[in-house]
Ligand binder design. Structure first.
Ligand SMILES: [Zn+2]
Length: 147
């Protein structure tokens, strides 16, 4: 009698494949997608090289497809309207605070080297505008202000 176990994604019992003795997700398409998504989420969290490579690949793709989202929104009015209505809801919830991520500025921490999302300042009040992922290498930090 083969032993069954419970799928991590859907929770249904399944029999592991003979050649995958440590299988934790059932073979359904949705659960295999969940497995890959979970793998990538974990990779992005624990593997700096993987995260950098992903950010670089996405930036490269965006550079080669600069009009993709503009054209997608133009061709999918329902998608655009849904985004707009959801953004209005979020704006109302935020009590008119600007959406731009001000954490770096508010924290008074020196800007560190790394990947950042760069967005036109005129568009900073609205989400889903074209944005670039940029890598900033800090060559020198500003001098500490006198106390
Ligand atoms: Zn499953």
């Amino acid at each position: 009698m083969k032993s069954t176990r419970l799928c991590l994604a859907c929770g249904n019992p399944f029999v592991p494949l003979l050649h995958v003795p440590r299988q934790r997700y059932c073979s359904s398409k949705a659960c295999q997608r969940a497995r890959r998504r979970d793998w990538q989420t974990r990779r992005l969290r624990i593997d700096d090289d993987y995260r950098d490579n992903q950010a670089r690949a996405q930036a490269k793709w965006r550079a080669g497809h600069s009009g993709y989202w503009r054209e997608y929104r133009a061709a999918h009015p329902a998608y655009r309207e849904r985004n707009r209505s959801m953004q209005k809801t979020r704006n109302a919830r935020r009590n008119f605070e600007p959406i731009a991520n001000m954490d770096v500025i508010r924290s008074h921490q020196p800007l560190g080297s790394g990947f950042y999302v760069l967005r036109d300042a005129d568009d900073a009040g609205a989400a889903n505008m074209d944005a670039w992922t940029v890598h900033i290498a800090v060559l020198s930090a500003p001098a500490a202000p006198p106390i």
